[in-house]
Design a protein around this ligand. Structure first.
Ligand SMILES: [Zn+2]
Length: 280
């Protein structure tokens, strides 16, 4: 991998693009210095597609998982096949460097109309699935990419119970408070920031970010979701990491180059890349 392509996008869903779009967004990423992109599955099917994309594109690495929104009926939607066994098998591919997207989400979903905040049964089924996936991460030694919305205390409890420090990982789109920041950094997790930081009125998030050491920060777009402020691309895409890095460097009061170097060494410390040729 070329030295100058040091920008990192730790969380995307590349399988959501058409193949034509994918070719264009990966070219844009390469042309703008994004040398490492991790694409995450949300269930066994999208995880298998993430592995395929990583096998065929050299700057892409895969992460396999079950998203909390899918967790409740993952067994029912995979009749005859154990979804956890399918993930375990996928995790053996050398392009798979993480387990995710996994986690808990107790905030109601405006798209599907499902309410989680007052639904104990759904919360418990998410927690059971997440517990199993954290165990799988510890067993395989793969770091986790975690989705935590409205559920930080429960996420932290499950990580601690499972000695998740052994595997470590990333909290994607981090928006926790000061205490949660400390607890997660202590548990071996990096805090990932994306498009939300580009919004000028995201004052709370900006305050949070100012207090986190550079050694605990990584960057993501969550493409094609999570549009950045005044987005100029048709959909969000990994090249927008450039804008996110610019905003974070400004908030932290550091040179862009220093931020890029630090995030790059953070991901090298966290993930094991498949082979020297493709390693960063
Ligand atoms: Zn995501």
């Amino acid at each position: 991998m070329e030295e100058e392509n040091k920008l990192v996008d730790v969380h995307t869903h590349l399988e959501q693009y058409t193949s034509k779009e994918l070719a264009a967004v990966l070219k844009n990423a390469r042309d703008t210095g994004v040398g490492c992109i991790i694409t995450s599955g949300m269930d066994p099917e999208t995880s298998a597609r993430a592995v395929e994309i990583a096998k065929t594109h050299e700057q892409v690495f895969a992460s396999v998982g079950i998203h909390p929104w899918m967790a409740a009926d993952i067994q029912a939607s995979n009749p005859g096949l154990d979804p956890y066994e399918r993930l375990r098998a996928l995790a053996r591919h050398k392009e798979v460097i993480a387990l995710g997207e996994i986690g808990l989400d107790f905030i109601d979903n405006a798209f599907s109309g499902v309410t989680y905040h007052d639904n104990k049964k759904l919360q418990l089924s998410q927690q059971a699935a997440f517990g199993k996936l954290v165990e799988l991460a510890c067993e395989t030694g793969l770091p986790m990419i975690i989705h935590a919305r409205g559920a930080y205390p429960a996420v932290i409890t499950i990580l601690k119970e499972n000695k998740a420090k052994m595997a470590g990982g990333v909290i994607h789109n981090f928006e926790g408070d000061e205490k949660q920041t400390r607890q997660l950094l202590d548990t071996g997790f990096y805090l990932s920031f994306g498009g939300a930081v580009t919004y000028p009125d995201a004052h709370t998030l900006h305050e949070t970010l100012r207090k986190i050491p550079l050694t605990g920060i990584v960057t993501e777009t969550d493409s094609p979701y999570m549009p950045i402020y005044q987005q100029s691309t048709a959909k969000n895409e990994p090249s927008n990491i450039n804008r996110i890095v610019e905003v974070i460097a400004g908030l932290k009061g550091v040179e862009r180059e220093r931020l890029i170097e630090t995030v790059h060494s953070n991901i090298k410390a966290l993930f094991t890349f498949p082979d020297e040729e493709r390693a960063l």
